[in-house]
Design a protein around this ligand. Structure first.
Ligand SMILES: Nc1ncnc2c1ncn2[C@@H]1O[C@H](COP(=O)(O)OP(=O)(O)OP(=O)(O)O)[C@@H](O)[C@H]1O
Length: 328
């Protein structure tokens, strides 16, 4: 998106000074009410500079609202906000932020009749120190498409062009919405590598994605929002460890009969499966059971929970709490 495509909320407060900040984003007590009650309830959010932070949450949780407030595309109802040391809700600060941050939306909004080269050249002219055309095309693997018209690009190529546009101005802060949706596995890996490289060179990235394997691979920290409040925050590993999601211990069906399987085990597609939060004791118990039953254990696998499992467990726990709260 070109930085002049949208405007700030016009807050009359004076512009803040441009100073390097330890946190690219510092938000305290952010609320939003569209007119029918609050949809964000006092969000506190701090994103260290040079990290990848993922924002997760179910439909309607408030992700877009929060992101748009951070980007300056939507006003907040109350709360304090500093993005790159500036207030996106302040018109003058917003104007300064437009050349320092970029947004990659899920849906491309590029003119179909322009060539890749022309669109990138035009975009580069908006910035004081743009990345060169060859370099940016190489980064997103579109060198062969430099002369192609936008309307002739595939969905994956369009996503990569969007990313090229977002990176042209060397943004300090990048908002990425589902960056690899629709890409083939090779392009996906390349874009993930590119995003990780941006972080390593000091860019702060805010990632929204429903691909939790991608989030687990890329994100330094994850915040989960539900019904307008954060319900969990931490590194992907911390979220997995603190969740009620289970490790799965599995082995091939030794053929002893379903009624003689170890306690808590089930038979699924020819495999004995046990869910546990204490894999060591389950493995010990299984070995003792095998000796007793004279069963042979083969093909033993121990699969720890993923961020996907942890996220679903978190939402299930939240749903249970909501349900029991309503019943009281
Ligand atoms: N322009 C608007 N006017 C009124 N209510 C809105 C507006 N935009 C969003 N909302 C409401 O605010 C709440 C949060 O919506 P938001 O779009 O921020 O959620 P989300 O987490 O981004 O959801 P999704 O994953 O479906 O995009 C929802 O209840 C939604 O109906």
């Amino acid at each position: 998106m070109h930085p002049s495509d949208t405007g700030g909320s016009g807050d009359p407060a004076p512009a803040a000074a441009e100073v390097p900040t330890e946190h690219a984003i510092e938000a305290a007590g952010i609320t939003k009410d569209y007119g029918k009650g609050e949809v964000l309830h006092g969000i506190d959010y701090r994103v260290p500079t040079g990290t990848i932070s993922a924002l997760l949450g179910p439909n309607g949780a408030g992700k877009t609202t929060l992101i748009e407030i951070l980007e300056g595309h939507r006003g907040r109802t109350s709360g304090r906000l500093s993005v790159l040391g500036l207030d996106p809700g302040n018109r003058r600060d917003f104007a300064r932020l437009r050349t320092r941050m970029s947004v990659v939306l899920q849906q491309s909004m590029l003119e179909p009749g322009l060539s890749v080269r022309d669109i990138l050249r035009r975009h580069a002219s908006y910035y004081p120190d743009p990345v060169g055309l060859d370099e940016i095309l190489e980064q997103v693997d579109l060198a062969e498409k430099r002369g192609a018209l936008v309307k002739s690009l595939s969905g994956g190529q369009l996503r990569r062009l969007d990313l090229a546009l977002a990176l042209t101005g060397r943004p300090e802060l990048l908002f990425l919405d589902e960056p690899t949706t629709g890409l083939d596995p090779v392009s996906r890996r390349r874009i993930r590598g590119l995003v990780a490289g941006l972080r390593d060179s000091g860019t702060t990235v805010i990632l929204t994605s429903h691909d939790l394997a991608e989030v687990q691979e890329l994100a330094d920290r994850v915040d989960v929002i539900r019904d307008g409040s954060f319900i969990a925050s931490g590194t992907p590993d911390e979220l997995v460890r603190s969740s009620s999601a289970f490790t799965v211990v599995e082995f091939a069906d030794p053929g002893v009969g379903a009624d003689r399987l170890p306690a808590g085990a089930s038979l699924v597609n020819g495999r004995v499966r046990i869910h546990t939060d204490d894999q060591d004791s389950v493995v010990r118990d299984v070995q003792a059971w095998a000796e007793r039953e004279r069963a042979t254990i083969s093909g033993l696998t121990i699969v720890p929970p993923t961020l996907d499992d942890a996220y679903l467990a978190m939402l299930d726990a939240g749903a249970e709490k909501t349900t029991s709260g309503k019943a009281e």
